[in-house]
Design a protein around this ligand. Structure first.
Ligand code: DON
Length: 545
């Protein structure tokens, strides 16, 4: 398995090897980056079930070789019967488990992935590869099966307690043993017959089947029989939305990134703006560097918490938040000597070391067209239930809304009423697919990651390494990461930064250790072709031709 690849005719980097192979074979057939991304998206729904999906949603950012760019928002949407307090019990406490915002059928938002992929292929595909050709590899992987990899066993074990109560999870992925339910043995063929039937319908009839056909009816009926509120009307009303990417400037590069309902693009551009104004930055990973970058993170995450939500429903002051004079104001006081403020903060519910819950992949074609896609079920294996008649793993994206103002969600994020639940609204996301372009129109780095709120900072680190410190793609992806999200008042460090912990403590930081992100990135240059990189922290594969 290779984490880096160089070529001239295009390349892919995804978190799972079979899906990367599907992507590269589409490029070899003459498909463009969008075609290959769609095929990868469907393949991951089969081979990377913790996060790959057709039952979730995400964002696809595309830059056409001509320079035209577009963001496709296929984020989940709250069902029509949702209410702002649907996850509060009689005492006003947030319900998480079965029936709450995290586990089970009530946690599920209207899935967007199939609509997003169809919209991308229809508008921006090369026209050389049919829809059927893009979905078929996923059909084959689901019906003929694939050998259980160790990486999947490990991720299933981490979620065992949540998924083992579900009959389809048991049938497809688990074995009953004297020790209880355990992942099937390494090498066992994993077949997903119901999912194969659903993918076959999608292959033959398109997204219409998912939103207004047999799949729509089966899915809504499974959800409603199990206490969920999602209906066929919700599915029929779902649309992927084309949006204008946010475009910022950083050290003579254009940074194309995701607008709301992502919070990631705004936070990223704010941080890059503050840090550019600090130029020259101290040496990378010196205590002062970490201190300055962490303080930029705190400021951006404070704004995320206060101002951001789905801009189609609430007023999000995007222009003001990205205005040069506002960023200059944020930057003021960002200096080596400043103090770390410690507030009395509610503890995060669950800041765990889990990087497999969302997934990112990057594709670059021979013409320099680039797709950067992040999509997700939210938690690992989403709501931990599979719709039994469709084989679809359901998302738990409703937990990304503000269930109650002031109470942290599963990523420890405190969010405002701007992100409150409303029918048909999209929950605020941290997913940050990003493409950085130089002044000659070449791709300096296209990047993205899973990791909840840490996504935004993982993307920031890869861009700082690539653009500011002039590192190659793979070095930028492999470089250490750290994360601050304002609340809780903890600086999370990767283990490789353990050496500076004492100095950070003397600056006033409480620190903790964890692995951050699973970045899949690439670059493209007219003279040297493509370089693709899969994060050495993960189990992905980069391939190029
Ligand atoms: O959209 C979001 O921000 C989250 N649903 C992403 C979840 C995620 O990245 C989990 N990965 N570790």
């Amino acid at each position: 398995m290779s984490t880096t690849a160089v070529g001239y005719l295009g390349g892919v980097a995804s978190p799972e090897s079979l899906a990367s192979q599907v992507g590269i074979s589409v490029l070899k057939l003459g498909g463009n980056a969008v075609d290959a991304a769609v095929a990868i998206g469907f393949a991951l729904a089969v081979t990377f079930p913790s996060a790959g999906n057709i039952g979730g949603g995400g964002f696809l950012l595309y830059r056409h070789p001509s320079g035209h760019n577009v963001a496709i928002d296929f984020r989940e949407m709250a069902p029509g019967l949702s209410t702002s307090n649907m996850y509060l019990d009689g005492n006003g406490n947030v319900l998480l488990g079965d029936g709450g915002s995290v586990d089970g059928y009530r946690a599920c938002g209207v899935p967007g992935s199939v609509a997003g992929f169809e919209e991308a292929w229809r508008r921006y595909g090369s026209g050389r590869i049919s829809w059927g050709q893009l979905v078929d590899p996923a059909v084959q992987l689901a019906s003929s099966g694939f050998p259980m990899p160790n990486s999947l066993r490990k991720s299933l074990s981490l979620s065992a307690e949540r998924i083992e109560r579900d009959a389809t999870f048991q049938d497809v992925f688990l074995d009953k043993t004297p020790l209880g339910w355990l992942p099937k043995k390494h090498g066992t063929t994993i077949r997903q017959p119901k999912l194969a039937e659903t993918l076959t319908r999608i292959r033959d009839r398109g997204a219409t089947d998912f939103y207004a056909g047999v799949t729509a009816r089966l899915l809504a009926s499974d959800i409603q029989q199990n206490g969920g509120v999602l209906s066929t009307t919700d599915l029929a009303a779902y649309r992927a939305i084309r949006r204008k990417p946010l475009v910022g400037r950083f050290m003579h590069h254009d940074v194309l990134t995701m607008p709301p309902p992502s919070s990631g693009g705004i936070a990223l551009l704010q941080m890059l703006g503050m840090l550019q104004a600090c130029d020259p930055l101290p040496d990378a990973y010196s205590p002062t560097y970490i201190h300055i970058v962490a303080q930029a993170m705190r400021r951006a995450f404070r704004d995320r918490s206060e101002y951001l939500g789905d801009a189609d429903f609430v007023d999000v002051p995007v222009r003001s938040l990205l205005d040069g004079s506002y960023i200059a104001k944020l930057k003021r006081g960002l200096s080596a000597g400043m103090a770390v403020r410690t507030d009395d903060l509610p503890p995060a519910r669950n800041l765990k070391d889990e990087s497999e819950q969302t997934t990112h992949f990057t594709v670059i074609d021979r013409f320099g067209g680039v797709v950067s896609t992040t999509y997700t079920l939210n938690g690992s294996y989403g709501a931990a239930v599979i719709s039994k008649s469709t084989g679809i793993i359901l998302n738990n994206e409703m937990d990304d809304f503000t269930a109650k103002v002031g109470v942290p969600n599963q990523f420890g994020l405190i969010q405002s009423a701007k992100n409150a639940i409303q029918p048909r609204k999209r929950p605020l996301s941290s997913m940050t697919p990003t493409i950085v372009v130089d002044n000659e129109g070449q791709i300096r780095i296209a990047t993205g990651s899973p990791g909840g709120p840490t996504i935004i900072n993982s993307v920031l680190h890869t861009i700082l390494q690539s653009v500011y410190f002039d590192k190659g793609v793979h070095e930028s992806v492999a470089a250490p990461r750290f994360h601050h999200q304002w609340k809780p008042e903890v600086l999370q460090l990767e283990r490789s930064l353990i050496g500076v912990r004492p100095q950070l403590a003397s600056l006033g930081y409480e620190t903790s250790l964890r692995t951050l992100g699973d970045v899949h990135a690439g670059s493209w240059n007219r003279r040297s072709g493509v370089i693709m990189s899969s994060d050495p922290r993960g189990t992905g594969e980069a391939l190029a031709e």
